[in-house]
Design a protein around this ligand. Sequence first.
Ligand code: SAH
Length: 463
Amino acid sequence: MQHFPIFLNVSGQRIIVAGGGDAAQAKLRLLMKTEAEIRVYAPDAAAEIHRWAADGQLTLINRPVAATDLPGAALFYGATEDAAEDARGAALARAAGVLVNIVDNLRDSDFITPAIVDRDPVVVAIGTEGAAPVLARAIKTDLEARLPVQLGLLAKIGKAFRHAADILPMGRKRRDFWADYYFTDGPAALETDRVDTALSTLLDRHVMAAAKTGHVALVGAGPGDPDLLTLKARRALDTADVVIHDRLVAPEILELARREAVLIDAGKEGFGTSTAQDDINDMMVAHAVQGHQVVRLKAGDPTVFGRLDEEIDALDAAGIAWSIVPGITAASAAVAQIGQSLTSRGRNSSVRYITGHDTKGFAEHDWRALATPGAVAAIYMGKRTARFIQGRLLMHGADPMTPVTVIENASRPNSRVIATTLSQLEPTLTRAALGGPAITFYGLAPRDAVALAPAHPIKEALL
Ligand code: SAH
């Protein structure tokens, strides 16, 4: 080990950065997280650095660093991106006994700045002695994804609680308590502002090893591509005792559930369509009252055509704690796939999310508004109602040539895009015989074939 890792107390210490360009900015972003007094010497600093100076985050001196600037400083960063100038600054710093780092110059540096995962006071520093920056980045990305953003706050609160937790026997029992705190109960409590009570409740639970409190997370599974899951959704799956999922949720996503979790397909045959929702509500409540962590996994975003309110009402009625984890809705995934934007200056300043049918059958909408030129709508559950929608829009004066694009299985490898017009929507759609979920964009055409090609091959483009 050529470089020995230490955590240096820089609170109130002076750190000097020579340079005002990209390299300096990158270092300053890190340094500004510390409690150090930062001085930047640069005759031509970037506007961003001027802003930081105006905000009081650092002091900017508009000239090159000079010998008298260095005595008493803790660290010196040569970040002028000019080798001769950095060498001059480094020599001045060394003469004043200040440790030197020259950006991207391991050989002439006394210390190196590691890649950092910051969950202050929990800080992870990753170094490879300059050997493999790519590896350091990969490890950092991995840790960023694994450590909840609020871990720092949880650690601060947890530290004050350490003493109380000592009543649990050392070893497994105490470890389980802290694991629950950091990865399950703590993050959930932060969202509801009840960390103080949550810690005591959690401790009681572990002390008695009984009366566990259940919780239901109503989680968005996104459109199908597991990479489009949020980190929060992944963590919820990671800790779930029970996962109750829709039929539309992709198998690759269910794979991510904790190995011991019970998976329940809430879309499976056997539930009559009229009672299915009640059955789902009952299942959620039944598992949560047993103290289970339940994930109610819904396609896309749970707040979009997801019957979320009915589920929340049932949980509230049973006094069960719940939280919502948003997801990427099908419209967002589908519009990205055709290289378009849901809203566009000068074209449409609003977009409607509409459903083809509701509990009463075909859903009525403000057809007159939708028929105006430039209107854009994302139509969910619109396959079987395409002819109805087409008829209504044409009847209200919509231009028959209005572009309509149907995206089946958005974000999935077997996705298909069908570009057509309002007048041709039917019979084009019926002829395409789509088997998967599909979203219909009224008023949007794919930007162009190029935008579609690289990530998502179009198997069909009918016009
Ligand atoms: N909550 C979901 C929508 C549920 S309604 C969301 O936010 O996406 C079910 C409808 O969503 C389907 O009929 C279909 O119109 C649409 N849908 C869901 N996943 C889709 C996907 N991968 N591709 C295209 N449409 C999808």
